[in-house]
Ligand binder design. Structure first.
Ligand code: GTP
Length: 302
């Protein structure tokens, strides 16, 4: 995983802070510089501002001896703060949910949503492969009925993953495709139903309304937002809008293999308060990793 060292990123400011008192007043003086550095690390502005305000709150009231390592104290606080953002979003054991869903009602359905080109279809294929390996009968619903070539793309991925495809062809109502796939799950044709939808701009009201309709009609067991770790600041607006308009239970961020800054993960979890389940680590079918907060912190603070 590429490295982003907040320790290094902050070192100049911290050196300066370390010569003075580590108190709220000093931090306030340096707040803008901290915010700027976080933004440079790909953290959204509003999230960076909130984090630095929280950091000041944590630091104030901390009694540090004259010879204490203020640099370490500051970084430890920041690390704890970022860890808390992820821990307070909770965690989801998707494998466990699927297992219980299949054991209970016979199937489990997951709806995928997010902006276009962020890696939804690829991620759906990766999960299809994962669930196939766990022994389930898996179907991908080709509910992107709009983009030319999308159904062929889903079919190719599905055959690589060993999954079936549910399709009603191009220009079909995506909600009908999703519904059909869920019905097939109910009938016992499949145990895991993954609904791939067309990517959409969060600012397009009609497309967001369509997404709401798909979610309403298919009534999936779980909804996942798929975002791109490379988009940085924009990730927040996108995640926020999808969350408020449609809602979701967790996120997956793709292109972690190429994400040299890492801030999008923190931003998306901070604004949605929903867990980050997996990260995409490449274009291959096996390139999906469970998100691990300690590993992520290691990457930020190495
Ligand atoms: N490096 C890297 N590339 C990825 C990853 N996930 C997806 N991609 C690439 O991102 C591009 C877009 O992926 P798609 O799966 O087609 O995106 P999509 O969100 O389904 O696109 P729409 O149909 O427009 O919604 C492809 O070139 C993928 O190979 C990842 O984790 N790492």
């Amino acid at each position: 995983m590429p490295k982003l060292s907040l320790g290094k990123v902050f070192s100049a400011i911290i050196e300066e802070v370390a010569y003075t008192e580590l108190d709220e007043k000093t931090l306030k003086r340096h707040a803008d510089a901290f915010v700027l550095r976080l933004v440079e690390a790909g953290v959204a502005l509003e999230v960076a501002e909130a984090l630095v305000a929280d950091l000041s709150g944590r630091i104030s009231g901390k009694k540090l001896g004259r010879f204490a390592d203020k640099r370490k104290a500051l970084l430890d606080e920041l690390r704890a703060l970022i860890r808390d953002v992820f821990l307070s979003a909770g965690s989801v054991d998707l494998d466990g949910l699927v297992k219980r869903g299949v054991a209970g009602k016979g199937f489990f359905s997951i709806l995928f949503l997010g902006p276009n080109g962020h890696g939804k279809t690829t991620t759906v294929a990766k999960l299809a492969y994962r669930f196939r390996k766990q022994g389930y009968r898996v179907a991908i619903a080709a509910a992107d009925t709009f983009r030319a070539g999308s159904i062929e793309q889903v079919s190719q991925w599905a055959s690589r993953a060993g999954a079936e495809v549910v399709s009603l062809g191009y220009n079909a109502d995506p909600a009908a495709v999703a519904y059909e796939a869920v019905k097939k799950g109910e009938k016992g044709d499949f145990q895991v139903v993954l609904i791939d939808t067309a990517g959409r701009m969060h600012t397009k009201k009609n497309l967001m309304d369509e997404m709401k309709k798909i979610a309403r009609v298919a009534s999936p067991d779980f909804k996942v937002f798929v975002g791109d770790a490379l988009v940085g600041n924009d990730a927040v607006e996108q995640a926020k809008t999808f969350f408020s308009e449609v809602g979701f239970d967790g996120s997956i961020l793709t292109k972690f293999d190429a994400d040299i800054r890492g801030g999008a993960a923190l931003s998306v979890v901070y604004v949605t308060k929903k867990p980050l389940l997996y990260v995409g680590t490449g274009q291959g079918i096996e390139d999906l990793k469970e998100f691990n907060v300690e590993e992520y912190l290691g990457m930020l603070f190495e």
